[in-house]
Each structure stands twice: as C-alpha cells, then as structure tokens.
Design a protein around this ligand. Sequence first.
Ligand SMILES: [Zn+2]
Length: 81
Amino acid sequence: MPNPHDFHQNVLFSTIKLDPEKVPRRCMVCGSNPSLFEYQRHAGSDPRCKKMGSCCTACAFNMLLQLADEETREWAALAAA
Ligand SMILES: [Zn+2]
C-alpha cells in the first residue's frame, strides 16, 4: 500500500530568459498565449511523473489551483481516516 505522503507534488515556476531576437514561444498547455514561465512538475519520487515545459500566466495559475485542489482532497481523506 503506497504511503500517501509519496504523492507529494512539486511545481516549480521560473521566468524565461527573453531573447529579443525570438518571438516568444506559445504556451505548451493551452497553445494560445505566449509562454512567460517555464515549469517543472513532478509527483512523488517517480521520475516518470515528471513534466516540464513552458506556460502562460493563466496556465500557471490553473496549475496552482489544481495543486491546491489535490491538497484539499488529501486533507479531507486524512480527516476521514
Ligand atoms: Zn497557457
């Protein structure tokens, strides 16, 4: 049985070094906005769960909301145990 703490998630955001010669890349998540951040996210210690890419502000915000949502569910599961 997996330890619930192994589902600990990490999301790391960093700004992209802007190159004035290049047009900003598109967000890899929604594909429409220019990407402003680079992100890395992984769950637990499994390297296969690792995802990285670039995203826009809206998608970065969504990722944080998702993370908060999962955290809330984990707390609820702990409280119900
Ligand atoms: Zn986006």
